[in-house]
Ligand binder design. Structure first.
Ligand code: NAD
Length: 339
């Protein structure tokens, strides 16, 4: 559904890609879009990714996504997210929202004044909640460890990782990789953040463009999607690509191009599932220990995807899609899935 709220200036789209496994769950992105069409196209792709991600992570959720067009000039942020909350409320629980690029815990607190179908709210007590990004980073590390063992026969302490984008997830990922002993090369347009990473983690700083052809073992895209296109795939010198960004492949055939260059691509919708697992835990009332158990299991799932890919001579991306679609297909029509 599209929405335009004159008073607050909130304008965007909510996409419910699938509700077979449960309510369509996926974050809300606030971003610059040239027009309604480009916002819708982005939301459609992101919602499909969420359907695959939620299925593969064994969550009782379908896939959805909301995109709000960033208003030009000054705007009342609280009013904008309250207006969005009213749209979510209208869907009566068929869509559950949370943070994504451009939105924060404070924004979700505004949404929560209008609907209860929202997560990523301020943490209360020992329960899951808050910014999902550290959980996303933890899941990426699990997937990366398995991918590095499989492709390079090495541990994270032996490798150099190029992290593109030091936002909520990318910076947290650097912290975890630094703890594991990995060497880091980073690219981030906010120079003060890049400088902090250089200082704290001994990271080398490069431009984003240079990082894509840098001599790294692993490339971790953690900025926006579409980074792996024909040009960048041809330039890569990494043996593994494993990061948090959604929709890293500019088109699906890039998975084959990566495989043809013997580059192991960890499907993004598997590697970055940690955040939605935390969101699910908050919404469904799990304990933090359960969220942690499930996020750590991203590594095991990555192993299963790589085994299926090898068995069938297909790419990890195809194997992960097949596993996700098989889970969705197993649910008899109209039957709810237990958490
Ligand atoms: P964020 O907005 O906090 O961070 C993005 C960072 O990328 C910013 O620091 C920005 O300055 C930087 N950036 C922008 N263009 C760049 C470029 N060309 N080169 C290098 N850096 C660039 O977003 P985030 O929450 O960290 O999410 C990052 C990615 O991971 C997004 O694609 C998001 O959809 C995906 N993701 C995030 C979560 C989560 O829990 N936050 C979960 C799943 C997927």
């Amino acid at each position: 559904m599209t929405f335009h709220d004159k008073d607050s200036g909130a304008s965007g789209v909510i996409v419910l890609h699938s509700t077979t496994l449960g309510p369509a769950a996926g974050g809300c992105r606030l971003w610059h879009y040239a027009d309604d069409r480009s916002a819708t196209v982005d939301a459609l792709r992101l919602a499909e990714g969420m359907a695959l991600k939620n299925a593969l992570a064994d969550l009782p959720f379908g896939g959805g996504k909301a995109v709000i067009r960033l208003p030009r000039g000054a705007f009342d942020r609280a009013a904008l997210f309250q207006a969005f909350g009213r749209q979510v409320a209208e869907l009566k629980g068929r869509y559950v929202t949370a943070e994504d690029v451009g939105t924060s815990v404070a924004d979700m607190a505004e949404v929560a004044t209008r609907t209860c179908h929202v997560a990523g709210l301020p943490v209360s007590g020992q329960k899951p909640g808050g910014d999902p990004s550290p959980w996303t980073a933890l899941g990426v590390v699990q997937a990366m460890r398995v991918a590095v063992r499989q492709r390079l026969g090495a541990e994270l302490s032996d490798v150099t990782v190029g992290v593109q984008g030091l936002g909520h997830v990318g910076y947290a990922l650097c912290e975890l990789l630094h703890e594991q002993g990995a060497r880091l090369i980073v690219a981030e347009p906010r120079s003060e953040v890049a400088a902090r990473a250089a200082d704290r983690f001994g990271a080398m700083v490069m431009t984003s463009r240079a990082l894509l052809s840098a001599r790294v073992d692993v490339l971790a895209p953690c900025a926006l999607g579409g980074v792996l296109d024909a040009d960048t795939v041809a330039q890569l010198r990494a043996s593994v690509v494993c990061g948090a960004a959604n929709n890293q492949l500019a088109s699906e055939d890039m998975a084959e191009r990566l495989a043809a260059r013997d580059i192991l691509y960890a499907p993004d919708f598997l590697a970055n599932a940690g955040g939605i697992i935390n969101v699910a835990g908050e919404y469904l009332g799990w304990r933090t220990a359960e969220v942690r158990r499930r996020v750590l299991a991203v590594g095991r799932k990555m192993g299963a995807v790589l085994a299926l890919a090898e068995q069938n001579g297909i790419t990890p991306d195809e194997a992960a899609r097949a596993m996700a679609l098989e889970r969705i297909a197993q649910v008899p029509r109209g039957q709810a899935v237990a958490a």
